[in-house]
Design a protein around this ligand. Structure first.
Ligand SMILES: [Zn+2]
Length: 215
């Protein structure tokens, strides 16, 4: 029995394995390199496997409907729950049996969000999903072309640079995660400013990516 007084969102997130979580919903995951692909449970399409799951970052993303992100977002979508309900659901799943009410959970981990704050968070999520989708599509197209056209030596160099760029991208993503986490736990964060930051992060990524494309 785990006491929810010791619970924090990062620990909770890291204790949930996204692959097993998704498989519990009878979603048929097919291995694709280090990742998994599947038919998306959130938009109608029974041909294209546009739903990607990345165990390394414990995240998911659908190229079709542009939904994605963390284990919390997955539960929010599939169980039609609010953020705090998803947190409670996952905490109970891994044995935090002493969570009895959402109020207690929010008091412990954050604050009650006003309607206005929820709208702000949704705006940020939408902007982020859109940007991530654009990035994934660009990188995927470019990667496929590079694979087909570059000679092995050049491809190797390209691949190394791409890996570096992804590391840079992940760091950026973690920065945004941290701010959203701080926002959700009650800190005063200007979400409109954060969206602007997100857009400039995207431009910077594209700049770096353009350089890499001409190897
Ligand atoms: Zn989808």
């Amino acid at each position: 029995m785990k006491n929810f007084k010791n619970l924090n969102l990062d620990d909770l997130k890291s204790q949930i394995d996204i692959v097993s979580l998704i498989e519990e919903y009878s979603i048929d995951l097919e291995a694709s390199g280090d990742n998994y692909i599947a038919l998306c449970p959130f938009h109608p399409d029974n041909k294209t496997k546009s739903f990607f799951v990345c165990p390394a970052t414990n995240t998911w993303y659908c190229f079709g409907c542009k939904r994605g992100s963390s284990v919390f977002d997955f539960i929010m979508e599939i169980e039609h729950k609010s953020f705090w309900e998803a947190v409670q659901f996952l905490a109970e799943k891994i044995g935090y049996v002493e969570i009895f009410s959402l109020d207690a959970l929010q008091k412990r981990l954050g604050r009650l969000q006003s309607e206005e704050e929820n709208v702000g968070l949704n705006k940020f999520r939408k902007a982020r999903n859109y940007i991530e989708g654009q990035i994934y599509i660009k990188v995927k197209e470019n990667f496929n072309t590079a694979k087909d056209t570059l000679d092995p030596q050049k491809y190797k160099v390209y691949n190394e640079k791409l890996k570096d760029l992804w590391r840079w991208y992940d760091k950026g993503q973690q920065w945004f995660d941290l701010y959203i986490y701080r926002y959700k736990t009650g800190e005063n964060i200007d979400l409109a400013f954060l969206i602007k930051k997100l857009q400039s992060f995207y431009s910077k990524f594209l700049e770096k990516f353009e350089c890499l494309s001409f190897v």
